[in-house]
Write a protein that binds this ligand. Structure first.
Ligand SMILES: Cc1cc2nc3c(=O)[nH]c(=O)nc-3n(C[C@H](O)[C@H](O)[C@H](O)COP(=O)(O)OP(=O)(O)OC[C@H]3O[C@@H](n4cnc5c(N)ncnc54)[C@H](O)[C@@H]3O)c2cc1C
Length: 406
């Protein structure tokens, strides 16, 4: 189906009728896509890639990206319409591509050179290239600007040495969005640069870290004289901090979107809160729907599911959505734990039902850390939304080299 879309309802009645018809065509197209979507027996990252590839073939990937970058050139309103239809049909594994689609690509789209945009956005939208986020280090998590991984210019490339940690999906990533120190004589926020780095090269070693869920979703990444082409800098050299903040805002917005785990597939992927429907069904199966405490928890979970889209409609600060998500995740996991009993923490991995609930019960704690901890979100809301004074610390113009470090 070939459709030329207007970019939103215009002033005249005829134009607005035309727009409504086009929007209806679009919604029919999305419904038909999900009705016929067949990802076969694929699992994990292969399923995520297959989903993106199917979306691209159907002309539904990168809805608001320009067509010359592999997108559909549509008004952002179409993203909203797509999400409303897709919310219960997107495979949970699609979240495995979230770092590229929700964080790296939007940052490159805003700050990257036209060459970087043409090189990375089209394959990223198709799911041909998978991304990871090389930000956190053993000594730089909440205090991310304290990072020590360094990049030095050598002829027509940058040479990177250092260690990153908690790098989600690095084991299946083709590319990393990296921040590294490029000038230690400048203040800590003004001497870091954002790069794109090729993960499959001799100077990059990825070591998986097994979490208490039993799954190794993140990694340590050792960079030893890893190479980056000179022009794979995103934005300005030493201007990476503002871009890192922008990327983290994308991350927090994505995390706080209020999307729910794809319950039908019972997948152990993604980090969204367990949905009300699944928990209500579990309570029923366990004969607990008359228990007043269970009913109270279910009511709270249901109400919070309704609140988040309402909050988002008001364009809340990304940290508010992120905090909502972690709170909802803990509430939902706590109820799953109560209903599941010992199975929720000690289970046979061959029991796929118990495996699913246990994964979410154990995984929810990490949700409060990834993308910045709850305390950091509260600090951000305090300083940036409420206008409270900054946390005390050394003067912000002290050169990084002179700052006390552990
Ligand atoms: C599931 C998961 C996935 C992740 N994926 C990635 C990834 O793909 N890429 C990546 O780069 N990183 C990733 N991370 C790392 C994550 O961003 C960090 O764990 C997080 O920023 C916290 O840093 P930290 O672990 O060093 O803890 P620390 O910064 O050492 O914090 C320890 C404790 O001190 C508190 N604290 C620290 N500073 C303050 C302060 N100023 N005020 C109040 N309290 C404070 C924190 O809230 C926390 O409770 C991931 C983490 C998790 C759990």
């Amino acid at each position: 189906m070939n459709m030329a879309y207007h970019s939103g309802p215009a002033g005249t009645c005829a134009a607005s009728n035309l727009w409504l018809m086009q929007a209806a065509d679009f919604e029919a197209k999305v419904q038909s896509f999900f009705a016929t979507l067949d990802l076969g027996e694929t699992r994990g990252i292969a399923r995520a890639r297959a989903y993106r590839s199917a979306l691209a073939q159907a002309g539904l990937s990168g809805l608001s990206y320009p067509t010359e970058l592999g997108g559909q050139g549509l008004d952002p309103e179409y993203e909203r319409r797509f999400s409303a239809i897709a919310k219960d049909s997107v495979p949970g594994e699609a979240a495995m591509l979230g770092i590229g689609l929700g964080m790296a690509l939007p940052t490159i789209a805003t700050y990257g050179s036209p060459e970087l945009q043409r090189r990375f956005i089209p394959p990223g939208l198709r799911g041909d290239e998978v991304w990871c986020q090389l930000f956190s280090e053993p000594g730089a998590g909440s205090d991310l600007a304290g990072l020590t991984c360094r990049a030095e210019r050598d002829g027509d490339q940058w040479i990177v040495t250092g260690q990153k940690v908690w790098t989600s999906g690095a084991h299946h990533a083709d590319l990393g969005i990296l921040i590294a120190r490029t000038d230690a004589d400048r203040p800590k926020h003004r001497g870091v640069t954002m790069f794109v780095i090729e993960m499959n090269q001799p100077g990059v070693q990825v070591r998986p870290l097994v979490q208490m869920t039993g799954v190794a979703e993140f990694n340590e990444v050792f960079l030893d004289q890893a190479e980056i082409p000179a022009d794979w800098v995103v934005g300005e050299v030493n201007g990476g901090w503002a871009l890192a903040v922008a990327l983290l805002a994308h991350e927090r917005t994505t995390l706080g979107k209020g999307t729910k785990t794809d319950d039908k597939a019972k997948s152990k992927a993604g980090r969204s809160p367990l949905p009300y429907e699944g928990l209500a069904a579990l309570a029923k199966a366990k004969g607990r729907t008359n228990d007043p405490l269970v009913r109270q928890s279910l009511a709270a979970i249901y109400t919070h599911e309704l609140i988040i889209p309402a909050l988002r409609a008001r364009e809340i600060h990304p940290s508010v959505g992120k905090l909502w998500r972690t709170r909802q995740g803990r509430l939902a996991a706590q109820l799953a734990h109560e209903l599941g009993g010992p199975n929720a923490v000690a289970w046979e991995t061959t029991d796929t039902e118990a495996d699913y609930w246990a994964y979410h019960v154990l995984n929810c704690r990490g949700m409060s850390l990834g993308g910045g901890t709850d305390e950091i979100q509260r600090n951000t809301i305090g300083e940036r939304v409420l206008g409270l004074p900054r946390e005390p610390g050394p003067p912000r113009d002290t050169p990084f080299r002179e700052l006390p470090r552990n």
